[in-house]
Design a binder for this molecule. Structure first.
Ligand code: BTN
Length: 225
């Protein structure tokens, strides 16, 4: 079931109200969010023209890897910056916020379609001269998402195929990065990404972190050493 709203505070927050009312699986789509939420407590500016939706579904550990793969395959463009930003021309086209609430997952997706964005850091499909219908994007996304989930539920081993795709689409693998964590910053080279997080080769050896905010560094950046 798809619930369409002209305006809402946040489709993720509205999903919580629906879960309170007993909804187990549905999609909430909004034209405008007045309090769109981003990762790490940031806000997601959600003017008219962007695609903003949340999916309520069963909680699964594969979402942080699966969802960006579905976005890339829906739009047929972009690269994934860890953990799940979609980047085009070094700017953000789409973001994902996954929350857990009362034993349900809320998968929030924002895609810049023809909304006005901060041109220094973000980009929209319109800026790329690509004209998509928002509902068409959502329909295609849901088809791809449902197909992957069906395959994964039949055979858990299918997760490795999804992971291989994630790595192929990643622009963070094999990059020198600064990983910003709540209590520290770590410099290293991204040597792997999997369902448990990101592995960096640091000056102290291999270190693995479940998530975080990364900044890509230039290859000749010496802050690594
Ligand atoms: C990020 O990159 O920081 C995540 C952005 C996620 C935005 C989407 S828009 C639909 C859903 N509702 C929200 O309030 N946030 C997510």
């Amino acid at each position: 079931m798809i619930i369409y709203l002209k305006k809402v505070d946040s489709t993720n927050e509205f999903s919580k109200t629906l879960i309170d009312r007993g909804y187990k699986k549905c999609v909430i789509l909004a034209d405008i969010q007045t309090k769109g939420k981003g990762r790490l407590g940031r806000c997601w500016i959600s003017n008219y023209g962007g695609l903003y939706f949340s999916i309520i579904d069963e909680p699964l550990y594969i979402y942080p890897i699966l969802i960006p793969v579905c976005i890339i395959e829906t739009l047929k463009l972009g690269r994934i910056k860890f953990p799940n930003d979609i980047i085009v021309k070094n700017k953000k086209l789409s973001g994902v916020l996954i929350e857990n609430y009362k034993n349900r997952a809320i998968i929030g997706v924002g895609i810049n379609v023809y909304n006005k964005v901060d041109l220094d850091t973000a980009i929209s499909l319109k800026d790329l001269n690509i004209h998509y219908d928002k509902v068409e994007i959502l329909k295609n996304f849901l088809n791809i998402y449902n197909k992957y989930l069906e395959k994964f539920k039949k055979k858990e081993i299918f997760k490795f195929k999804i992971l291989r795709k994630y790595k192929r689409y990643s622009c963070s693998l094999n990059k020198n990065v600064k990983l910003i964590l709540p209590n520290k910053t770590v410099f290293g080279r991204v040597v792997d990404i999997d369902f448990e997080g990101i592995t960096l080769r640091t000056k102290n050896g291999l270190e693995k972190y479940p998530t975080g905010e990364i900044v890509h560094l230039r290859d000749d950046d010496t802050s690594m050493y």
